[in-house]
Design a protein around this ligand. Structure first.
Ligand SMILES: Cc1ncc(COP(=O)(O)O)c(C=O)c1O
Length: 265
């Protein structure tokens, strides 16, 4: 059982099926019908609970109190930490694989990583990898929708803040509360928090599509942040802060393809 904005629920449904279990997936408002269908195609039973992502998490956690159910949620709160911790460990292999591939190409690793961020678990994996295992000087920046910028708001407040989420095409990132496990890493290790508009993401994803990379909205968010941070007025200061020059390697993590969540052209 889990709550999801799309990706995570699909993964849980897939693995439940592989392991011979049933799965019940709670969905908030705003998840694209293609993403809902992808969960059903994996054998997941979908429960559309409406409201925000946070309220879907609360509904899933409550339902999982019934005997015979296990909550497999990708965000942590006090008393619920073990499974989200495993999920973050799984995510971190992505960054190790990127470094392996860059090494094969003779590169020296990632200078700047732009991470699409919802509850911050993928971001936690990036920060854990780069601050503990990878090159310690890799700069890491979160990328959030304007409608759900809980990392940016929490950093500004110096403490985790829950934000009221709004409508955005970045449904997979539309989360109002940071994972409790992510916050210490974010507070101590993040180099910047970018917020992107839906319009900028559509433009960036279109540019990726033109290059043959079929990115969905969340998939375009890293590119949109790269354009915003590294070009235009004030970019010289931002590049200096992020240690980026023309020799740098910038990692843009594309977490969503266009099949399950096509762009609204
Ligand atoms: C499309 C997409 N991108 C990125 C993420 C990572 O976000 P989080 O910060 O919630 O780990 C998710 C999480 O489900 C997602 O669905």
């Amino acid at each position: 059982m889990t709550a999801t904005d799309g990706n995570h629920g699909r993964a849980v449904a897939r693995f439940a099926r592989v392991l011979g279990h049933s799965s019940l997936i709670f969905i908030p408002d705003g998840v694209h019908p293609g993403a809902v269908q992808a969960i059903r195609d994996e054998g997941g039973e979908v429960r559309e609970v409406g409201g925000s992502y946070d309220s879907a998490v609360a509904a899933a956690a409550k339902a999982a109190e019934a005997p015979g159910y296990l909550l497999v949620q990708d965000t942590a709160w006090p008393g619920y930490e073990e499974i989200p911790g495993w999920i973050v460990e799984g995510y971190s292999t992505l960054f190790a694989e990127v470094d392996e591939q860059l090494a094969l190409l003779g590169g020296r690793g990632v200078d700047l990583a732009l991470i699409p961020t919802g509850v911050g678990s993928l971001l936690q994996a990036a920060l854990t990898y780069y601050r503990v295992e990878g090159r310690a000087d890799t700069r890491v920046v979160s990328v959030e929708p304007e409608a759900a910028a809980c990392v940016a708001r929490s950093l500004a407040a110096g403490t985790p803040v829950t934000v009221e989420t709004g409508a955005t095409i970045l449904a997979g990132l539309n989360c109002g509360t940071l994972s409790m496990l992510a916050w210490p890493r974010v507070r101590d290790g993040l180099d910047g928090a970018a917020t992107v508009s839906d319009a900028s993401v559509i433009e960036a994803a279109q540019a990726l599509t033109d290059m043959g990379v079929l990115a969905g909205p969340c998939g375009g968010s890293g590119s949109a942040a790269a354009r915003m941070l590294l070009t235009g007025p004030g970019s010289a200061e931002r590049r200096a802060h992020l240690g980026v020059d023309e020799t740098s390697t910038v990692l843009v993590v594309i977490t969503e393809g266009a099949e399950a969540n096509p762009l609204p052209w």
